[in-house]
Design a protein around this ligand. Structure first.
Ligand SMILES: [Zn+2]
Length: 622
């Protein structure tokens, strides 16, 4: 067989297996979300074809923002294909669990698919739901998501309201039809819905692009956001304009669900999908957390969506992602999110310093920094997002979220010092992300991929420095290098006192954790279960382990306050703290020999160095 004949055969086989799309004819996707409160949605999808053979349809596997193969394939159920009104059988690909083979009659011009997605998770409650389109769509294998067009209609629960960045909505009863969009835009535009909802216009004066805060609550009190807080979100929009000098979207929406046990967000180009605790947008206990969360997710519209590491800028949702630049994508976003929250009045300068102290303290106590580099936490992101929280100090987690702010604070501080105060990270953000504004008439949103060298080259064009070696050293270093240089360069260092750190208390309120990692070396959840043990701590030396339940402290029934009091009392009492745990089906006592009292991280000035933090958090908006 000649080489020419081989390539002809390969082409023929490919033509047999890959459904050819008629680009002009969109996929028709009708979604019934009327049962979303039961954590189930269903779809009827019509997929046009131009050739009738054995075809392959795929369910999205690699999910943007998740940075991993998290498409919930096990929850895709009740799948049926038909053509010309007759059922046609399907088989799953034996290697790729996300791919379905169907054999279509020769005279068919379209394939119909019916299926449901179940077990939608914590985003669905009796009064709210979050429709995430990668959970309820099939598309032809091999197609580029930018090139697949989708015509969408969604039926929502009776009389519920909704919000989404999808364009051209037209509501008839409880069914909403939208303008045709690319599959990329569909997957990037979740639709939040609920019976209790309020929309706030947060476009600053003079900003032509619409900006909204759409809040879905469990109770009417959850919608009672104070005017000054709404103004702070308006400030955030203004501060992003000042920081980046451009916008790459036609409009932007914060979609926010308030309900218990949630404090998380997912970034999109023209919206962000946020879950906060019940009353999370109004209760003073969550304001710093929710303000930071929304600032972080909005930064992603520039850093992550418009500009994206080349390994994450994939053609569709089946191509594997490479996360090695997540220390830019997530790390710089974490730094800018903290800075913007402070500049916008969503957070205070004191809380900003507490957050920075926490970031460094968490890493100071990360035993895993002995064996795993910061770079490996990015490279292995697709594993670490799914990792158990147990033994996290030893394993390390996606640490670019906590080490990123310190790394980029060091970059910011070097830029300021080297340029004698004339340049800063703001010059980099304008140069790297602030390219021409998006024109809403131009069509679908653009992605501009970047590499490690692009980051280094851009920084060098603003402040000449050996950025290449700088990053490589920080990314590859193992302990004893502490991540303290960022704060030191800005004139601060971490000290530990028995005064609680307000930012960590807010985080504990939001997560339900009791965080004693800096004293006895334990993190305990609100069900009394040990989440993590620091190996080189009093609790670690005593032999305690994650997953065990704390039953008693000094022979009294456990409560978080009892343990805090016992740690304080042990400063003057030379007896060990007796921690009784339920270890599988056995009770056992452990002697925690610790006498240094409660310890919480705080920042303290280094008198000999200039304080750069006030200039960093100073508002930029006009
Ligand atoms: Zn993020």
């Amino acid at each position: 067989m000649t080489e020419h004949k081989l390539s002809t055969l390969v082409l023929t086989v490919a033509a047999l297996l890959v459904p050819r799309l008629q680009a002009q004819i969109p996929i028709n996707l009708e979604i019934d979300a009327s049962s979303i409160s039961r954590k189930t949605i269903s779809a009827h999808e019509v997929l046009p074809i131009t050739s009738s053979h054995e075809l392959i349809y795929v369910f999205p596997k690699w999910i943007p923002g998740d940075h991993g193969p998290t498409g919930p394939i096990t929850d895709l159920v009740d799948l049926h294909f038909s053509a010309n009104g007759k059922a046609i059988p399907w088989t799953r690909d034996p290697v790729d669990m996300y791919a379905f083979h169907v054999s279509v009659p020769a005279d068919a011009v379209e394939v119909e698919a019916e299926f449901s997605s179940v077990n939608l998770g914590y985003t669905s409650t009796p009064v709210q739901g979050d429709l995430i389109f990668n959970q309820i769509v099939l598309y032809p294998d091999g197609a580029k998501s930018d090139e697949v067009r989708v015509r969408l209609s969604v039926t929502i629960p009776t009389k519920w309201q909704y919000a989404t960045a999808l364009p051209g909505a037209h509501r008839n009863g409880d069914t909403i039809r939208f303008s045709d969009v690319s599959l990329t835009t569909l997957v990037d535009s979740p639709m939040m819905m609920g019976s209790l909802m309020k929309e706030f216009d947060i476009a600053p004066q003079g900003e032509p692009r619409p900006h909204f805060l759409d809040v879905f609550a469990e109770t009417p009190e959850g919608l009672d956001i104070k005017p000054e807080r709404v103004e702070a979100y308006r400030n955030l929009v203004a501060e992003t304009g000042a920081l980046f000098g451009s916008r790459h979207y036609g409009s932007y929406r914060f979609l926010v669900e308030e309900h218990a046990d949630a404090n998380d967000g997912l970034e999109h180009h023209q919206s962000s999908d946020n879950q906060v605790p019940e009353l999370g947008m109004v209760s003073s206990a969550f304001l710093a957390e929710s303000g930071y969360l929304l600032a972080h997710e909005m930064v992603h519209s520039w850093n992550g969506k418009y500009r994206r590491p080349v390994g994450l800028a994939t053609a569709n949702y089946q191509d594997p992602m490479i996360g090695n630049l997540l220390w830019v994508y997530e790390g710089l976003t974490s730094y800018l999110g903290e800075v913007l929250a402070a500049r916008s009045n969503l957070d205070t300068p004191e809380s900003f310093r507490d957050r920075m102290a926490n970031d460094e303290a968490v890493l100071d106590y990360r035993t895993g920094r002995d064996w795993r580099s910061l770079q490996d936490t990015a490279t292995a992101a697709q594993l670490l997002y799914l990792a158990s929280p147990h033994w996290e100090a030893l394993r390390r987690s996606n640490d670019y979220y906590t080490e990123g702010p310190l790394l980029w604070l060091e970059v910011d501080s070097i830029m300021r010092t080297q340029s004698r105060g004339n340049k800063s990270i703001d010059d980099f953000t304008r140069a790297f992300y602030g390219l021409p504004n998006y024109d809403p008439k131009s069509g679908d949103l653009k992605v501009l991929p970047y590499t490690f060298d692009d980051v280094v080259t851009s920084l060098n064009s603003i402040v000449p420095y050996d950025w290449d070696s700088f990053f490589r050293h920080r990314l590859e270093a193992l302990r004893p290098e502490p991540p303290a240089r960022g704060l030191e360069a800005a004139g601060w260092h971490v000290v530990y006192t028995d005064v609680p750190n307000d930012a960590s208390l807010d985080a504990e309120t939001a997560t339900g954790l009791t965080d004693l990692r800096y004293s006895i070396g334990l993190v305990i959840d609100d069900k009394s279960e040990i989440v993590d043990v620091l190996p080189d701590s009093a609790a670690g030396h005593a032999g305690l382990a994650p997953e065990w339940k704390v039953a008693a402290v000094n022979h009294r029934v456990y409560s978080p306050q009892l343990l805090l009091d016992a740690i304080t009392a042990a400063k003057t009492d030379h007896q060990p703290i007796v921690v009784m745990v339920l270890q599988d089906n056995y009770y056992a006592d452990f002697q925690v020999d610790y006498h240094d009292g409660l310890r919480y991280p705080h920042l303290e000035r280094i008198a000999s160095k200039a304080d750069l933090l006030p200039a960093i958090v100073r508002p930029r908006r006009q």
